[in-house]
Write a protein of this length. Structure first.
Length: 163
């Protein structure tokens, strides 16, 4: 099976963005740098692309120029084990970017992210449609997702068990 790596298109900030991502996740590394040659597309010796890895996932950051920009139609989904992890990633990734609704944010490079507590999946898949609906309604009123508030909404009266 071939390996699949998302390629992220930047306008001259590929190396800066890759370094930001690996420092934010702390489980990352630069794997390869490719430089422009005499034939371009940028000045000879400038970074053309950066292959990097965060949390075991490879990415390619390409200095492709100003022709294309990111959109929320493609986002990177991060499943967090704790509220502390949600909080840390939310603050780091949104710094210089834009905080959006329902756990979405746009980082300083324009890349869209979803920062989500892992427990939310079980809440939304609950066969009890009322409980799942309460969790979904709570999400719709949030910017950064708050696990305790989601669990409280999901539980309703507080008599049911959390996932």
């Amino acid at each position: 099976m071939p390996a699949i790596a998302p390629c992220l298109w930047f306008d001259g900030k590929a190396e800066e963005a890759a370094n930001f991502y690996i420092s934010t996740f702390r489980q990352g590394k630069i794997i390869d740098l490719m430089y422009c040659t005499d034939s371009g597309p940028g000045p000879k010796g400038s970074v053309l692309s950066v292959t990097f890895e965060i949390s075991g996932q490879r990415f390619i950051a390409l200095n492709g120029g100003p022709q294309y920009v990111f959109s929320p139609a493609m986002s990177l989904f991060v499943s967090c084990e704790s509220q502390a992890e949600v909080d840390e990633l939310w603050e780091n990734l949104s710094a210089g970017g834009e905080k959006q609704v329902c756990g979405w944010l746009k980082d300083r490079y324009g890349v869209s992210w979803q920062i989500v507590p892992a427990a939310l999946g079980a809440m939304l898949r609950d066969p009890d449609a009322v409980r799942a609906s309460r969790a979904m309604q709570a999400i719709m009123g949030m910017t950064k997702l708050d696990l305790a508030a989601l669990q409280q909404a999901y539980q309703g009266s507080g008599q049911e068990k959390t996932p």
